[in-house]
Ligand binder design. Structure first.
Ligand SMILES: Nc1ncnc2c1ncn2[C@@H]1O[C@H](COP(=O)(O)OP(=O)(O)OP(=O)(O)O)[C@@H](O)[C@H]1O
Ligand SMILES: [Mg+2]
Length: 124
């Protein structure tokens, strides 16, 4: 089942004339850039200039209105987000800030408790 796997594509990340429109509003306008493979790259700009929208398109959480995104030789513009060799760490990683872990998933809570108990027993 090769097509169920996350792509292992590597290489430069290329955005070629990427735009994103929300109705009449243009959030990203004809952006082209190359991020060399293995490099550390930062997007800087004033609030509202389209940084998050750009990252969301790279991650596959938004589809560009125009342009293409590729990694190495693979065009990932319309590739499902879970198939991309891309990870995202959100600014706010509290997905459900109004819930406790018990309310989200009691089974996760029990799992964490069990792990803690095992750790405590090991430490004795
Ligand atoms: N889903 C959406 N619908 C309509 N407009 C949007 C949507 N998402 C973003 N925008 C608009 O697109 C523009 C760019 O937003 P974006 O969040 O990408 O900016 P940003 O550079 O990340 O800003 P910040 O530095 O404040 O995080 C903003 O004007 C924002 O209001
Ligand atoms: Mg942002």
């Amino acid at each position: 089942m090769a097509n169920s796997k996350v792509s292992q594509d590597t290489g430069d990340l290329k955005l070629n004339r990427v735009s994103k429109h929300y109705g009449d509003f243009c959030a990203v306008d004809d952006l082209s850039l190359i991020v060399p493979d293995g490099s550390f790259f930062a997007l800087l700009g004033p609030s509202g200039c389209g940084k998050t929208t750009t990252l969301r398109m790279i991650a596959g959480l938004e589809e560009p209105s125009a342009g293409t995104i590729s990694i190495g030789d693979t065009d990932i513009t319309t590739q499902k987000s879970y198939r991309r060799n891309v990870n995202t760490v959100f600014q706010n990683y509290a997905l459900f800030p109004h819930l406790t872990i018990l309310k989200i998933s009691p089974s996760v809570y029990v799992g964490v408790e069990l792990k803690m108990l095992k750790l405590r027993l090991k430490m004795r």
